[in-house]
Write a protein that binds this ligand. Sequence first.
Ligand code: KG4
Ligand code: ZN
Length: 407
Amino acid sequence: MNSAQNNPAIRVLGIETSCDETAISLIEVDGATRKVRVLGNTVHSQIDQHVPHGGVFPMLAKREHQTNLVPVLQKTLAQAGYKPAASAVTALPAEAEAVLAREPELLALMRPFIVEMPRPDIDFISVTVGPGLEPALWVGINFARALGIVWNIPVVPCNHMEGHIVTGLIKPDAGSTTAFSGAMAKFPALSLLISGGHTQIVLMEKIGSYKIAGDTRDDAIGECFDKVARMLGLAYPGGPKISKLAAEARGQNIQSPEPLPRPMIDSGDLDFSFSGLKTAVLYLTKRLAEKSASLDAPNDTIRKGICREVEDAVTDVVVAKMRAAIERFGVESIIVGGGVIANTHIRQALERLAEECSIGIFLPQVDHSTDNGLMIALAGYFNRKSAVPASTALKAAGTMPIGPRAF
Ligand code: KG4
Ligand code: ZN
């Protein structure tokens, strides 16, 4: 603990490797004011490596995390003011060597690193243990444990989706990019999780208490964006590209050649399905190709119109389900998380919905929407009571529901 005695500040190092971002953040939470200072924050995206595969290739992600983790940590620590210097540790302890035995490339980078970097002032390390790609998760977990062993600090296992939720609960202080204050959400709340792997409506009594009230029956929203983008000849990840072309279509008053379905919008429950939307786009593009309306040229009018309609369809469904959930549970706030909430159109639609329903809305900053280490550092802070010694065997969990079904 590194400051005032009664309300010590807590410093957390958050490590995220569940998918294709190698991300580490170092935060300090003031014990009295709960203000969060981001001392270092680095996200290394592997997108360029995965583009040729049209999506994330798990074993490639694992290898990339192995080579990226030490440089990403070095950069994060440098941002926080830590410089290489002689360390009290002269060699990687045997226990840490054993933890990294299955990550030889990471092990090779770790050996010199721990000798060249003195132990930073950190209270614990938090790390994503699930859900995500298991080979990718294991690298982050073993790295966190090895660092914890070397520096003699505990590790807090975190759920990636809880990281997305709590990131909506900090607001930047005016004029600052590194200082944040806790945003006071009133509970009960509904969390909407929209990412590459998830589309869920989660009922929250408080931070840490989650029940899944709605879920997707097939594709997640981000997955739907990515697959549709591929059909339209747009590179992975498709979400940002669809969103850009849809905005251009609106600006130029371009419509889709045909309307697309809003799957399950009237199903009467809070579940989602997006595979039908994806298939509808597939058939539409086939029909258009037969009529030789080519989709080859970049940014062509038809493609823009389809992007707009896909974004509208997804937005309509999300807003309708959230409206039904707000009415059903009588919640005071909605908290949104996951990469898809980087989408301006969906952000604005949800903000309008919250205003109409007179409830609070908590959105992450756009650049904190997709995967990052800050979200895991924050989740670690909220879960600090779950800290375990770094020697504890932690497991990666590809599937890791944030809570039970509400009904
Ligand atoms: O949360 P995230 O970074 O990773 C997962 O946990 O899955 O979410 C990634 C997803 C991808 O499917 C990506 O296409 C989507 O978020 N995404 C977007 C936008 N930016 C990222 N979708 C729509 N509009 C965006 N601007
Ligand atoms: Zn995510």
